[in-house]
Design a protein around this ligand. Structure first.
Ligand code: ATP
Ligand code: MG
Length: 561
């Protein structure tokens, strides 16, 4: 596999320059600031690796800050999931903090802005304020309340906070410039009235700060030096700086740095859309193995290390683009190839009876045990003994009564290798009343013990098998892409139009070797010839296909070369 070349890292360059110039006395502090209104997804993983990675690489620290300033959409269910997902990904926040813990300071600083003439209470409704904002090349209109005195504003703001006014009847706005070429600077709203219960502050507040008012100030309160966010906040940076310059900060003024969001083909990462998938029952929940959430990927069997390596190698850039899902899968495959135990599992079982198989003194079929390597990539994983007898399960696809051209697997008269055991030759077909093939008869060659072809004999296929007597039942979930289109929504504008309704196929009645009953919940194993499969964390003997064995990414790169 060719590795993607790591793109240049302008964020690390900025940190290095700040350290050289002693901008923050050599201090490096970042934060990861999710809004607890949904589960973390693969895009957040990128942000986490950047935020935590930079702090670690420069001997600094990174806090988790729950950006919980909007009581309408947030929930403590999400807070718990966020904390555990970060830990799973392999990072440990220096502290877990809440933006809502700063409500008192934000309030004080808002009064400070009012007193210094930089904020005012506006009695107009949201629609009017929006309309007055104007647009690019269109002038803004100043609110008739813009010239209120600091005393009047202070009185009204305190009464807003005391709950004297109805929702939507007043807001606090920063007094900047209604003709500014950047719309964010046209007297942005700082506080709205909301009589809502907040998951952290309860009913203590009925005014809530906007994102822009809360974010930079929270950074400054915590001592953040580099506030890394995604490109869509680029136009907010002047406002970020303006607020900081006008507040009585306890220390250094942090700087905001933006990078491109991670997007993947065949995937959506908008939390709103993911919520719709859950609410509309298109998936079974946030942890459905088809979801790009960290919980979904984890349940699917994606190793955290593969996600981290992928995020590192794609680099950090200033241009939005989509990464191939196949590239991520290549990382998953590479990691699992190294770590996973090999097992045999038959997904669509067909009975194979060896007619010349010996019986013992009691007349029972002989059982032989063959040592098979657990992981050829890691000798230390050793071998396991796999039971072999005269009745086996093989994959229905591995047999054809009338073989099509180039079919090298089992068919009448053909000889194949049963992995690690013997060579067998098909001699007959068993059919039910309707003429369906329900079994195969074969003979084995005792001279081929261990699966070795006697000298001069060529055997084109090696097939997996499970002893019928020893087999354990299992269910296997096969997944296709949840979105069939590489760029969901490109066709109609609505990504959900590209959902593949048949992206899950559940196979029941699979037959797997007994060692698989010892698999730990969540463990990923390789089913030989079939792919990587993760045992579900809750449902016994349900395996999710993590990814197939074929490296589609290598094929795509070859085609492009
Ligand atoms: P959504 O738009 O899906 O709601 P968001 O950007 O609002 O996502 P937050 O929880 O507010 O999500 O984001 C937390 C942090 O993760 C922010 O710094 C944000 O910039 C970053 N982030 C979110 N999505 C991505 C992504 N696709 N790629 C990189 N970083 C992301
Ligand atoms: Mg958001």
């Amino acid at each position: 596999m060719t590795e993607p070349v790591a793109a240049g890292d302008f964020i690390r360059d900025t940190v290095i320059r700040d350290n050289e110039q002693q901008t923050y006395a050599g201090r490096v502090q970042t934060r990861f600031p999710p809004e607890p209104n949904g589960y973390l997804h693969i895009g957040h993983a990128k942000a986490i690796t950047v935020d935590f990675g930079i702090a670690r690489d420069f001997g600094g620290l990174c806090n988790l800050r729950l950006d919980d300033t909007n009581p309408d959409t947030e929930d403590v269910e999400y807070v718990d999931a966020i904390v555990s997902d970060i830990e799973w990904l392999g990072y440990e926040p220096a502290q877990v903090l809440h933006a809502s813990d700063y409500f008192p300071t934000l309030y004080e600083w808002a009064e400070h802005l009012i007193r210094t003439g930089f904020a005012y209470v506006d009695d107009q409704d949201g629609e009017t304020i929006s309309a007055q904002r104007g647009g690019y090349g269109r002038p803004g209109v100043e609110s008739p309340y813009r010239t209120r005195t600091p005393e009047e504003n202070l009185d009204l703001f305190r009464r807003m906070r005391a709950g004297e006014f109805a929702e939507g009847s007043r807001v606090l706005r920063a007094k900047i410039d209604m003709q500014h070429e950047n719309m964010q600077m046209r007297d942005p709203v700082m506080y709205r009235i909301r009589f809502r219960h907040h998951h952290n502050t309860g009913d203590a507040w009925c005014i809530y700060p906007t994102y822009d008012w809360a974010h930079g100030q929270s950074d400054a309160i915590e001592g953040v030096t580099h506030s890394i966010c995604t490109l869509e906040f680029d136009s907010h940076r002047p406002l970020y700086d303006w607020y900081l310059e006008h507040c009585p900060l306890p220390g250094d003024q942090p700087k905001q740095i933006e990078f491109a969001r991670l997007e993947l083909t065949h995937t959506v990462t908008s939390k709103r859309r993911l919520l719709t998938l859950v609410n509309d029952g298109i998936v079974s929940g946030w942890d459905d193995p088809r979801m790009p959430t960290l919980q979904g990927l984890r349940r699917r069997g994606y190793p955290a290390a593969a996600i981290r390596d992928f995020c590192r190698d794609i680099g950090t850039t200033k241009t939005n683009s989509r990464q191939s899902i196949e590239a991520l899968e290549a990382y998953v495959r590479r990691e699992l190839n190294r770590t996973s135990q090999r097992r045999m599992a038959v997904l669509n079982p067909l009975r194979l009876v060896i007619t010349n198989w010996p019986v013992d003194e009691q007349g029972d079929p002989v059982v032989e045990f063959f040592p098979i390597a657990n992981n050829p990539e890691n000798e230390a994983d050793g071998v396991r003994d796999v039971a072999f007898t005269g009745e086996l399960w093989i994959e229905a696809d591995d047999f054809a009564e009338i073989p099509p051209p180039k079919f090298f697997r089992l068919s009448p008269g053909k000889e194949v290798r049963l992995r690690g055991a013997y060579l067998v030759t098909a001699t007959g077909v068993v059919k039910d009343e309707e003429g369906n093939v329900v079994g195969v008869e074969a003979t084995y060659d005792p001279a081929s013990k261990g699966g070795n072809a006697p000298k001069g004999r060529k055997v084109k296929s090696t097939m997996h098998w499970v002893s019928a007597r020893h087999a354990v039942g299992a269910s296997v979930a096969l997944y296709e892409r949840l979105f069939s289109a590489a760029y969901p929504g490109e066709r109609t504008g609505e990504p959900l139009d590209d959902v593949d309704p048949d992206s899950l196929r559940l196979l029941e009645g699979c037959k797997v070797e007994p060692a698989l009953a010892e698999t730990a919940p969540g463990e990923v194993v390789q089913f030989e010839r079939l792919g990587y499969f993760a045992l579900d964390g809750q449902t016994p003997m349900l395996f999710h296909r993590t990814v197939g064995l074929r490296d589609e990414w290598a094929a795509i790169q070859k085609r492009q070369a």
